[in-house]
Design a protein around this ligand. Sequence first.
Ligand code: ADP
Ligand code: MG
Length: 626
Amino acid sequence: MSSIIQLLPDHVANQIAAGEVVQRPASVVKELVENAVDAGATEIKLIVKDAGKTLIQVIDNGKGMSVTDARLCFERHATSKIRQAEDLFSLHTKGFRGEALASIAAIAHVEMKTKQDQEELGTHIIIEGSKFVSQDVAVLPRGTSFSVKNLFFNIPARRNFLKSDTVEFRHIVDDFERVALAHPNIHFMLYHNGSEMFNLPQSNLRQRIVNVFGGKTNEKLVPVTESTEIVGIQGFVGKPEFAKKNRGEQFFFVNDRFIKSPYLHHAIMAAYEGLLKDGSQPSYFLYLDVPPHTIDINIHPTKTEIKFDDDQAMYAILRSSIKHSLGQFNVAPILDFERDASLDIPYEYKEKESETPLIQVDSNFNPFAAEIPSRAFSSSSGSSHSFGSGYKKQDSNASWESLYVGLKTAADEIDVSEIQFESEEVTGSLFGESEVETAGNRTYQIQKKYIVSPIKSGMMILYQERAHQRILYEQFLTNITMHHAASQQLLFPLELHFSPSEMVMIKELQSSLENTGFVFDAMTTEILVISGLPVNVVESEVKVLLEELLHDLQGELPENSFSQSDRIAKSMARSLSVKTGTYLTEKEQESIVNSLFACKDPNVSPFNKPTFITMGVEDLDKRFAL
Ligand code: ADP
Ligand code: MG
């Protein structure tokens, strides 16, 4: 029988390897920029056209390559970074597999120019789909320039699989930010379609973080330093009051390499315990230094995961050092028994006698006379209701009020006039006239979560939060697609700060957001000025709303405009809906019931969860028959 096994030709092997190394333009950016870092560059310029689909160029002033190396670097397993297997345990470079350039050259048109410092002339090579097209001697500056054009030109399936420019560019920015944050001592620049997106001069770590995420970041940072035998920790964590709804600003670097570690993330969240509002995410930029032989970075092909020899110790050290920093910088309360109490007295009062405070009593006060102001309840948008101001999320300085919410609502509910039986007016349109309970459709709220209402066949129980999500969702979706949302003009325009990459997303969403009623006045790379809001959004909610939206989209913009509108409508509905735990007046309950059944699809929330259930009289009879 004849043998059938053959070795694959190199260009085929390279193409297959490329599938693993190069998933999208951002992978090329990562590999080229990391090579430039490994080459000792102090200045790295990244030029991108059409989110990398047309061009990715990386220019560095690093050590360059000799003529032989220039040719060899495109061979598979060609690397200058390790020579023997043991070297894997003492890695100080980003790359080591020696397959990036071979892979990239297999699936794109690549032009490379490189010159070593001591040489007069450099080398200019063109290679397309693993085939060397030309090699010349050329006059060049020190360093290396790679241009990668027409990525995936010979793998149409891959090319077609690429997402929109916005999504692909977002991935590039993510990878660029990670390398830039790991190397503040290198000057990085990023240009996209001719305009400068980032220019990050050599600086210290703090300044680098601020340059990447915007000027406002500085005041949010609390330094963290720790040095133990198994790990050195440096970097910054965000003050809890600046915690965001999304996880965009969370970075771990181990030996200057960006990594993801749910385990260490958990350690950080544990350090913040009790300091964060529900669901909010602290920023962190943490740089761990560990002896290279105690980690295994090789367990994942794209190398963002890591394994430590002593996970548990790492967890404990990280958690305690962050706790310590938050305490030391007075972000978290600390117990300090040696504190000198005189420090607590303001300077100008130090020498003064203390006075008895005056107590002012309003002798006319009658607790039963005061009208407790009812919840703001606007009905500005005609037939469909409009919630909003009444359901303001507590901002941090108002959070003490939440302690009294229960008391206030109890008082609210005692309304003498209502103790009599109410008028038997039919207002609902729940199930069409015939279904409506003719004896009146009083609604009741249960556990600040459900609304119960009698219907002709028995009773109906609504899940208030989901029902409201459905109502808002349909309303936003109509507004976005019909372009007819009402907008409330702000007296003073609202200025919000975002990171440059968040602003890129917001710009993409601009027209959809404007269709919901937002009016954007100005946009810079970091600042968004808003002069008008959708009618059911209050000013204090805007920042959270937009953060939640960016979080929901998780850095990925939906492909077509319908799914973009859909996702915006869903996200806004989730942010703005009245939450479980919110007391609703009877009028508000009724409004939810009525508006829900005016919806196109009242049965489920926008996230496909049931919004209400009914129980027929027979069901009730059955329960009582036991
Ligand atoms: P690796 O980085 O894993 O070694 P690559 O395929 O990315 O593999 O690169 C192969 C080799 O080419 C590197 O080891 C390095 O010697 C050389 N090289 C790549 N890019 C540059 C650059 N920008 N400057 C100098 N040398 C480079
Ligand atoms: Mg490399």
